[in-house]
Design a protein around this ligand. Sequence first.
Ligand code: TXA
Ligand code: MG
Length: 513
Amino acid sequence: MDTLLLNPTNPQDLKTAAQLIRDGGLVAIPTETVYGLGANALDPVAVGGIFAAKGRPQDNPLIVHISDLDQIDALTADFTPIGRQLAEAFWPGPLTIILKKSGNIPQAVSAGLDTVGIRMPSHPAALALITQAGVPVAAPSANTSGRPSPTTAAHVLEDMQGKIAAVLEGGSCDIGLESTVVDATGQQAVILRPGAITPQMLAAVLGESKVGHHNAAPNAGEAPRAPGMKYRHYAPKAAVTLVCGSPQESYRYIAAHAQQTDGILAFSEYFGQFPPHYTIDFGKSYDKKAHGKILFDALRHFDTLTVGRIFIQCPREYGAGIATVNRLKKAAEGNIVPASARKIVGITGLSGSGKTHISRSIAKNHLLIDADAFYGDMLLHHGPMLAELEQAFPAAFSGGVLDKKQLSQLVFADKAQLERLNAITHPYIIAALEDFLQNHPQEDIYIDAPTLFESGFDRYCTCIIGVIASRKTCLRRIMERDKLGEEQAAARLDKQKDPSFFLEHCDKIIENE
Ligand code: TXA
Ligand code: MG
């Protein structure tokens, strides 16, 4: 069979794809998570074709995709209140909701269970195809069983060329990891597979007490609630070593252990430190979205190289990072190295968010580095750094002594000068931090740093807490604390990162109104 490559924005191609589905054919479809291998969910023979093309075990049920909420009543015997709440909050989107199935669901789809997983994807091509086909579409990820899920049409063709009728070419998937699967048949929403809809997002809609976690690795003799979670998955040909800890610690470990012929999935901050031919850029260490988007493509890419082993820097396992680390642990098949034995917790956030107060209460009896004080001290005593500063900013010195106010004024309104200052000070500050960490090798350490990300301190952290508050509250606190007018306080806030940066890149968020 020739596999057609179709363009979903071309109405004729879309019509062809919809007809193929109605006729019992298999069509690979782009979604916001990964590409799916679609067939008419109400046609047992077509569904059987999916299992054959993937080499999928018969006891692993399929997700049924819909394009309109009206389709759901025909698919489930019990659309529970929790299921409804989740559908309203997250559809269309990367959430699969497990519900009691109706009599319309063929055995082949539910693999003998009395439940069915339902999802309304948000990718316009997927929605358009389901609508045009006029039937719900059963679709697992469009990979050969055991290989990483496909995130581009090219990946699909690697596995499915000649085995399926068509691929709808919809570019590379936004999220890159499969949907969150939630069992909503009971009183609680139980997470069976982590994805882009995080436990925190579910809790924000349902309340903390209504969100449960199912242990994906069940006890001996106990069947997993998502059958697919028991199979070997995502593992590339070469053995994977997953190195956990702060980005800096995992970097050190890999630099000390990797050979020339080993593949490395390295954060952008460290990418340049490794030989380029077998190293893949995983995105910035704090960029959880990038990790999800890059992971499967990287695992597939390693299979095209003849690498000895593969070392991977493990992202921090919080929020969207939970899903990435879940897939990574499977890829590593238990080969996980903890490169750090202690917590290093960074606390950052908006000026006026009350970050310092929060830091003190979180750190309690632990070592707490106040980065501002740390830096202030270096500006008084650090000879080599001061010598460089005097060369670069002679106007900020009088009689060989630094005038800190003068220095602040020189860089305050001048971006180029600020960058120059940072280029001089950051390496010294990082070196001083490293000294401090080495001198306290056993202790958990907390770091209160307004510019945690800018200074590179984030790379030393095993967890980063972001403290935010509304603009109004931040302004009020800055004005009171620093005796500033509203305009000056606003100017200071405007120079900072947007609150959304912290929401996306920190591991935990504290809202401190
Ligand atoms: O993002 C996704 O979910 C993609 C796209 C195409 O929608 N689909 C996907 O399907 O990842 P698949 O078949 O590769 O993974 C579905 C997972 C499997 O682990 C399966 O066992 C579980 O969901 N699952 C499906 N139906 C279930 C059910 N009724 N009860 C429990 N688990 C179910
Ligand atoms: Mg799959």
